[in-house]
Design a protein around this ligand. Sequence first.
Ligand SMILES: Cc1ncc(COP(=O)(O)O)c(C=O)c1O
Length: 328
Amino acid sequence: MPFDLHSMSKIDLCLLPTPIISLNRLSNHLDGPCIYMKRDDLTGVAFGGNKNRKLEYLLADAVQKGADIIITEGAINSNHCLQTAACAAKLGIDCELVLSGEEPSNITGNLLLFKILEVSIHLVDDSQKRKDLMREREEELKSSGRKPYIIPTGGSNALGALGYINCIAEIKGQAEELDVNFDYFVHAAGSSGTQAGMLIGKEFYYPSTNIISITGGVNADYLKIETREILKEFGFMFNVMNALNRIPIEVVTGYEGPGYGIASKEMVDTVRLVAQLEGIFLDPVYNGKAMVGLFDMIKSQKFSNEEVVLFLHSGGGPSIFNFSQAFC
Ligand SMILES: Cc1ncc(COP(=O)(O)O)c(C=O)c1O
């Protein structure tokens, strides 16, 4: 291995390994490949989710640098912001969130959880303004003697990607224990950290698998550029540039419905079906739409019935409560 994952500073925040379960009833219903699910909605802190894995490395770096307050950003109902605020709380570190959007009259989902945490929130009206405000807050906090540490959108950079390299190494071990080869990993893409980590993880730990990254409405070209940037940053950090330069990056589109964060009929039907067959709830923004993509690929016979697919459940559960109109 050209780099040693275990030598990286990491704080144990997650309940790992997360389980891999077989979705028998769903697989039978779809009459296609055998579908398993990696339950990263059960990573532990807050309501679980993929960001907790990235935060194990990002917050270790923050602590090592003596940070006493974390600043991060996202949309008003950001899953990443919830997980960051909750992990920071667990470590006894302050946290400030720069959120874009308007506070609704009915406070629910992640916004309700921010209120329970009493994390300090700075609201801006559009996402372009978030970075400027984060830098402003960073300067203000420094001049008042604090040590702020900025975590980028979605925790997506080379350090955050380590969380999903670690996840692929974990999956490889579980696959050996289960005596199964996962031919495909399917996951939802949003800010590129999970995709970058999985692609690097595949390269070094699990070359026989294929990664399928599905966007729920974030622009695919933008995501490909961001993922390439993270691969470059990682390649430079660990001196593995040559191996990573040749990795192809693909993002599957076509399952976003009317757009990012907006319900589609296919998403509603899919979330309902998975809940009713397996007792598992998918979030409407990321996993619900990625699962629409997986269903469609099964229908169009992308996989043979002998192949095995692993779907990553990346969390986001609290956002379901913002979609009552779509489901009722
Ligand atoms: C629940 C959930 N799943 C998937 C993603 C996508 O992960 P990433 O931002 O690493 O691409 C996000 C965030 O963007 C998310 O909140």
